[in-house]
Design a protein around this ligand. Sequence first.
Ligand SMILES: [Mg+2]
Length: 231
Amino acid sequence: MTISEADSKHEFYVVDFDRTLVDSDKLLEVFIEIADTHYHISKEHIEKIDTDIKQRGDTFFLAKYVRDQLAENDQLEVWHELEKQFIHESRALNYMLPGAVELLEWLAAHGKRYGILTYGDPLWQRMKLTAAGFKHVRHIILEQKEKGRFISNWQTPDGTFRIPEAFGRGEVDYVVLIDDKAVSFTEFPNGPSKGYWVLDPAYELPSQQGNVLENVIRVANLNELIPKLDH
Ligand SMILES: [Mg+2]
């Protein structure tokens, strides 16, 4: 067995993207700003759609909406320009939340395997991952909120976990899920797998609240999380 095989046994880290690693509000603001200033897609109009969607508790389909509108008007090239501009302007920006860089550095320094598991509209999730510099990081976009259930499906009868191809395959003894939303931990496997619910009580959103299982520990932010991780 090579060293990397020995390392890959043990655990796999599943890290959420929106509001865990990155400032999702800022990504949206930048997108809206660019749509408004360069492409005359009014900010008020977009913000209204976004508010309507959020009030219904749905996920965000704004990017898809804008693209569909442009496609209907035979302006798909405008969409491609907008997408390119969003990614281009994002290069100069930092979307990372406090502790996110440190967490990724900690994972790398300790030889931990990880992947990003994100929930949402695939078009918008892909755009954000690219804009925030995660295009080449292993990721899976889920269209269901219950990540715990998804991870449970990796478990084999002997209790170990078979890592999906998109996360680089292999077998591990347990999974660690890091996420800001309680609902993400629904049907999360029992210990030794564990969850870290990263949510600052001072800035809670209704969509982040809920009950979590016993093997899910709540922390206020990523800087508080890092010292709790197993070396
Ligand atoms: Mg999130």
